[in-house]
Design a protein around this ligand. Structure first.
Ligand SMILES: Cc1ncc(COP(=O)(O)O)c(C=O)c1O
Length: 403
C-alpha cells in the first residue's frame, strides 16, 4: 500500500482514479476520437502509415511553427532519436534539467552520452540558465573548436532544457550560451505543448524538440510522441531511424541500426481529434490554475505556482509548495491526508541526480531542485475537473491548514 492507501497502479498516466476519488489528471475525450478511430478500423489503415499519421504530423508542425514533424510511439523514443540525429555521440555530455521526469536523462544514456544535471531556478522551477552558464564557463574548456568538461575530459555537445509542468524555461540565455559554444539545443517540450516563451511556441525555440501524448499530457493518443525541427536532414534521418532504418521501400535492406518507433494510424487518429480541442483544453487548464491561485492565496503555508511575465503557461499540472512550518504538515502528510479524503495528488519527481542510477554523474549545485521536490504537491487539474470537485479540493486544503 502507498502512503495514500491507493494501489500504485492508480498513479500511472491514464489509469482512472479509484471509484469516488477526484483524479489527479485524466484524459478528456469528447470530440471526434471515436469517429476518426472508426475510420481507421473501417478502412483497415491501423498500422504505422496512413493519412492520420501524415495529418497529425502536419498539424503539429503548423501549430508549433516548425517545418517538419515526425511522429513516434512515445516521447522517450522521440528524445532518443532527437539526440541521435543531433549528433550526440557516446561519451559526450548533455546538460539536462534535474527537476524532471526521468525520461530525458534515460534518453541521453540510450545514446551512450552522460547527463550533467542542472538545478531548477526557484521562481518558475525550470532549468536555471545561470547555473547552466556557470557550468559551461567555469567547469569546461574551449579548445580546437570543442568544449570539454575539464574534470571528465568529455566533450559537451548539447543542452536539453525541459519545460516542466506546462511552463517554458527562460530560453534566451540558454540559446545564447549554446550559440557561443556551438552546442545543440534539444527542447523537451513533452509537458508543455502550447506554452509560449516571449510569444513563441515552445518546440520552435531550439534546434529540435520533442512532445509526448501519453495519458496524462494536455492531449493524448494513449501513448505517442513527436519530434519537431526546421532541419530537413535531421527530420529525414529521424523518419528513417524510427522505421527500422529501411533503405528501400520494397526490399529489406538496411545499413544502419534502426528502431521500431513509429506511431500507429489509430493513435494518430486520436491525436488529430485531440488537436481540434487543444486550445480549449489549454483555456480550461488556465482557468483551473487561476481558480486555485485565487482561492489558495490566503492559505498560510501554501506557495503558489507562478507564471513569468515572459511566459504563457498551459498550466498542465497545477502544483503548489507546502511550507511545513506555516501549513502545519509537510507535503507527504498532506498527500496522505488528501488521499484519505478522496483526492488524488502526487509529489514532483525526485530530482534525477538523486537517483542511484545517476549518482555518479556530474551534478551542478542542485539544492533548489531538492528543496522544491521536498515541498511540491500536484493537485487535481484534469481538463474536465468539475467546479464541485475543484471546490472540494480547495476546501480540503483550507480545512487541513493550521490555524
Ligand atoms: C518531461 C518528460 N519528458 C519525457 C517524457 C516521456 O514521454 P513518454 O511517456 O511519452 O515516453 C515525459 C512524460 O511521460 C515527461 O514528463
Amino acid at each position: 500500500m502507498t502512503p495514500t492507501d491507493q494501489k500504485p497502479m492508480q498513479f500511472e498516466p491514464g489509469v482512472p482514479a479509484a471509484e469516488g476519488m477526484i483524479p489527479l489528471c485524466v484524459p478528456e475525450i469528447r470530440g471526434n476520437e471515436w469517429k476518426y478511430i472508426k475510420e481507421c478500423l473501417d478502412t483497415n489503415w491501423v498500422s504505422s502509415v496512413g493519412s492520420f499519421v501524415d495529418r497529425f504530423e502536419q498539424e503539429l508542425a503548423d501549430y508549433v511553427g516548425t517545418e517538419f514533424a515526425v511522429a513516434t510511439c512515445n516521447g522517450t523514443a522521440a528524445l532518443h532519436i532527437a539526440l541521435l540525429v543531433a549528433g550526440v555521440q557516446p561519451g559526450d555530455e548533455v546538460l539536462v534539467s534535474t527537476l524532471t521526469f526521468i525520461a530525458p536523462a534515460n534518453a541521453i544514456r540510450y545514446v551512450g552520452a552522460w547527463p550533467v544535471f542542472i538545478d531548477a531556478e526557484p521562481d518558475y522551477w525550470q532549468m536555471d540558465p545561470q547555473k547552466a552558464i556557470d557550468f559551461l564557463e567555469e567547469e569546461c574548456r574551449w579548445s580546437d573548436g570543442e568544449l570539454r568538461n575539464k574534470t571528465t575530459g568529455r566533450r559537451v555537445k548539447a543542452i536539453l532544457p525541459v519545460h516542466i509542468l506546462g511552463h517554458p524555461c527562460d530560453m534566451d540565455p540558454i540559446l545564447a550560451v549554446a550559440r557561443k559554444y556551438d552546442l545543440v539545443v534539444v527542447e523537451d517540450a513533452t509537458e508543455s505543448l502550447g506554452a509560449k516563451y516571449k510569444g513563441r511556441m515552445v518546440g520552435c525555440l531550439g534546434d529540435i524538440a520533442c512532445f509526448s501524448f501519453n495519458g496524462n499530457k494536455i492531449i493524448t493518443t494513449g501513448g505517442g510522441g513527436m519530434i519537431v525541427t526546421d532541419n530537413q536532414t535531421w527530420a529525414e534521418k529521424a523518419r528513417y531511424l524510427t522505421t527500422q532504418a529501411k533503405e528501400d521501400p520494397v526490399e529489406y535492406v538496411h545499413s544502419e541500426i534502426g528502431y521500431n518507433y513509429r506511431l500507429t494510424n489509430i493513435q494518430a487518429a486520436m491525436g488529430c481529434a485531440q488537436m481540434e480541442e487543444l486550445d480549449e483544453y489549454i483555456a480550461a487548464k488556465r482557468r483551473i490554475a487561476a481558480d486555485y491561485a485565487e482561492s489558495l492565496s490566503e492559505v498560510s503555508g501554501i506557495i503558489l505556482m507562478k507564471e513569468a511575465s515572459w511566459a504563457f503557461s498551459i498550466s498542465w499540472m497545477y502544483t503548489v509548495l507546502v511550507d511545513e512550518t506555516l501549513y502545519g504538515m509537510n507535503r507527504r502528510e498532506l498527500l496522505r491526508r488528501l488521499g484519505k479524503m478522496g483526492i488524488q495528488t502526487r509529489p514532483l519527481w525526485q530530482p534525477v541526480h538523486m537517483s542511484t542510477i545517476y549518482s555518479e554523474c556530474w551534478t551542478h549545485h542542485c539544492g533548489s531542485a531538492e528543496r522544491l521536490y521536498n515541498q511540491a504537491i500536484s493537485l487535481p487539474c484534469s481538463v474536465g475537473l468539475s467546479q464541485d470537485n475543484l471546490s472540494k479540493v480547495i476546501d480540503s486544503l483550507r480545512a487541513l491548514a493550521q490555524g
